[in-house]
Design a protein around this ligand. Sequence first.
Ligand code: GLU
Length: 507
Amino acid sequence: MIRVRFAPSPTGPLHIGGVRTALYNYFFAKQNGGDFVLRIEDTDSSRFVPGSEEYIIESFKWLGIKFDEGPHVGGNYGPYRQSERREIYRKYVDELLAKGLAYYAFDTPEELDAMRARLEAEKAPSLQYDSSTRLAMRNSLTMSRDEVKFRLDGGEQYVVRIKIEPNQTVVVNDLIRGEVAVNSSLLDDKVLWKSVDGLPTYHLANIVDDRKMKISHVIRGEEWLPSAPLHVLLYHYLGWEDTMPKFAHLPLLLKPDGNGKLSKRDGDRLGFPVFPLEWTDPKTLETSCGFREMGYFSEAVINILALLGWNDGTEQEIFSINELIEKFSLDRVSKHGAKFDVQKSAWFNHQYLLKSSTEMLTDLFTPFMHANAAVPIFERKTLEKIIDLVKERVNFVHEIWGQSHFFFIAPTIYDETVVKKRWTPETPDILTKFADLLEKESDFSSENLEKITTDFIKTNNYNMGQVMNCLRLCLVGAAMGPHLNDIMAIIGKNETVQRIRTAVSTI
Ligand code: GLU
């Protein structure tokens, strides 16, 4: 049975790198008829940020990604918050202590700082708490049994550290990176348990829960690769090799220029979101924008993230969620970091906007239209027509207004550069003549207007560009917008004629 988990720590908003990790887990689980579990890893209370868990759940709700198990939906392997599982972990700490594979350490933060300072001064090759340094520290390896007991009985604060033997080869078999072999001398004796809050650290809680929750595959970000040897060692120490999950460490999401990990600061600097939803930091009240609020479609976000580090080996770029479930494979996940591309992301949104129904786009656009005062009420059908005419030109629904305001509001200013370039002494006469002609016309359909305009230009021997550019200036105020016949047909005869006459008397 395939069972995977997404295991965020509630330390703030969810970075899109985390969303991508969750998506890859989801695709993999669904493809294999497996379970997708949400586990909240909240054993580090000092880093806990209120609202994070709700934010995470809300983000996946928006994306339409459902967990089979989790704190919000329950399941057979709960509770799904590590802080609610505290009594589960202690017995494994005791087991490791009893086997001599872990030890108590009583060093204070000051003593640990002093250790590092001393090692630095000695130019020691490593500043770690490990086999080369632990025998100079205050722990159960250097103290008598009685002393340890005395301190524990006296309620002295302690941590439990894993005891790593030096010069052993620890092998992590990674589905993406292959075999990663690490010399254990490089690993430090990580803290597994803290008496101060009676909770395990991430490392111990993570592997205990993966076993208890019968997780078959650990698919997570590359930043956890350095911890993987420690996790493998813990599986060996606890004799759990039989249920050790398979590991897959995903490449980093990189800044747009490829230099380093994508951060919130890059998003702020370059004006794109790195979070799925808007987030307000509860302490600083600083708000960061989200893909949702920036006008991205959730399906586009899934598609964008799916392709940051994976492709199906073809040129295909647009994938529905069902296709992703069908086609995703860990074999095709890249080993190299994937650059976040702001323009490409907007392009993806454009593709989804074009795929959306006109009805939906109209519903989404209506609030933006109403946000602009003095907009006349158009019939729904007309609004839909306008949206169909301009959607090709926008990446986001909110950009529709910028491409369509002239349908609703007559121009009051006229683009200077176009005036300079196109408006000649003959223009007012030509346009007045055209307005007079339109005034007599009863069929204001786009097709008929096309015919009238071409005939007008032909019969009078005018230059096409000259007439059309100036007419556009009258109706739109700038050199932009869809076909003039379509614009005239939508705004109607009176408005068209009036706009021409106003422009002629203003410019
Ligand atoms: N709690 C870790 C995180 O915040 C989970 C790492 C893992 O998936 O093992 O990313």
